[in-house]
Design a protein around this ligand. Structure first.
Ligand code: SF4
Length: 418
């Protein structure tokens, strides 16, 4: 399998000189910068064991990481001792949401323990083939709200721009599993980008564009710049955002060249898809530091996953570690009812208990918003534990983080209705 060709083809095709593919890395300086990316002891040991031909420089080259992704049963079995369930599930896999794991990210997985949290998020198991009531391939109704192909216009002042169907790794609970990894009916190309740009230009109420996918940071730097520059040229677009998992699963992609390009398009914010504290390695400290140093405000988005991050201690450790990396915990999502995801989903009460365990017990900045993305396109609905107990005359009855009751004199309701 020609992984480089496959990775390149997954990006929107070039059209004209403005989108020519860069050669990477070519100059001595560029190679020095690539080699300078930190490599943890764990990653080094993994490389020597499983990729003995690869140099440190290869390992730190994000295109090498993409070319060497683990994508099939043979690739997995070369590294991991698979359970019978995993082996069968991988053998059955066809269509969208293929297996895809960068060597770097695989180095964080247990090679023997199929229950290890990160490993569970990326190696399929048989439960993935169960279809439970309430699940669907497009639970958020994004296709219904698409103004033009690849552009979801649900909220009045902002749009979701689906830039590519390619990701460096494929999460088994992906809300967009219908469209990522190829094999489906969705296509992403320059003509489609242009139609989306034209739509945004024709709608002055759109002030905020969120680029997502797939993962926009897998797009070649010059193509991504082409898109950002076209969006930035639209006067009423005030604010650009990128949703990505790349800084966590392919941190080497956050090259100084990429960051230099991104900082030209401020105000540009970034939402990082973070799953577990095990992801927060020295490499990720470097990728997030580069982005933060470029003035890009960073927020995290986490899907609540059963047996993976659904306890207070794991969440607290993760939120504290994120703050140290200058990433503000932003959203904690109830796992969407995507087809085949029931083994990942927790009761809603689990998320509420986590918020109860964080709010008041630690820094307010460390507490994300817990939300359900309402099925069918209802948008994000925030969920809070019951801190307001009720009213007693002019008093509002409140429960604090320690469970104690307090009164707040609040006659406003009575006055207003008098
Ligand atoms: S990185 Fe995001 S879009 Fe890609 S597979 Fe994971 S959840 Fe889906």
């Amino acid at each position: 399998m020609d992984h480089e060709r496959e990775a390149a083809e997954a990006e929107p095709p070039s059209s004209g000189a403005a989108l020519a593919r860069p050669v990477f890395p070519t100059t001595v300086k560029e190679r020095e910068r690539t080699a300078a990316f930190p490599q943890s002891e764990r990653a080094r040991a993994f490389r020597r064991r499983h990729f003995p031909q690869a140099s440190a420089e290869d390992w730190n080259d994000w295109r090498w990481q993409l070319r060497q992704r683990i994508r099939d049963l043979a690739g997995l079995e070369r590294i991991f001792r698979l359970s019978a369930d995993e082996r069968e599930a991988v053998a059955r896999q066809t269509g969208p949401l293929p297996v895809g794991i960068t060597p770097y990210y695989a180095s964080l997985f247990s090679d023997v323990d199929a229950s290890q949290p990160l490993r569970r998020t990326h190696i399929p198991v048989g439960d993935e083939y169960l279809r439970m009531p309430g699940e669907s391939d497009d639970p958020l109704g994004e296709d219904h709200d698409a103004a033009v192909p690849g552009l979801v216009h649900r909220y009045p002042d902002r749009v979701l721009f689906l830039t590519t169907g390619f990701c460096s790794t494929y999460c088994r609970y992906c809300t967009r599993s219908r469209m990522v990894g190829g094999g489906g009916e969705y296509t992403f190309n320059l003509a489609q980008w242009q139609r989306a740009i034209d739509y945004i230009a024709a709608h002055p109420q759109i002030r905020d564009v969120l680029l997502s996918g797939g993962d926009p940071l897998t797009i070649a730097t010059d193509k991504l710049e082409w898109l950002l520059s076209r969006l930035r040229a639209i006067k009423h677009v005030e604010f650009l955002r990128i949703g990505t998992k790349v800084p966590l699963v392919l941190p080497q992609r956050v090259t100084r060249d990429l960051v230099r390009m991104l900082r030209r398009y401020h105000p540009l914010w970034m939402s990082l898809h973070v799953t577990h504290p095990d992801e927060l390695t020295p490499e990720v400290a470097e990728s997030t530091a580069r982005l933060a140093d470029a003035g890009i405000p960073l927020g995290s988005q986490t899907v609540l996953l059963r047996g993976i991050n659904d306890d207070i201690d794991t969440m607290r450790r993760m939120m504290h570690a994120l703050l140290k990396l200058r990433v503000k915990p932003y959203y904690l999502y109830q796992c969407d009812p995507i087809t085949g995801s029931s083994h990942f989903r927790t009761p809603v009460e689990t998320g509420l208990a986590i918020i109860r365990g964080l709010r008041g017990h630690t820094t307010g900045y460390a507490v994300p918003h817990f939300v359900i993305d309402a099925p069918g396109g209802g948008g994000k609905v925030p969920l809070l534990p019951d801190y307001v107990v009720g009213r007693d005359g002019d008093d509002l009855l409140l429960r604090n983080f320690e469970g104690q009751l307090y009164r707040y004199h609040d006659p406003a309701l009575t006055c207003a209705s008098a």
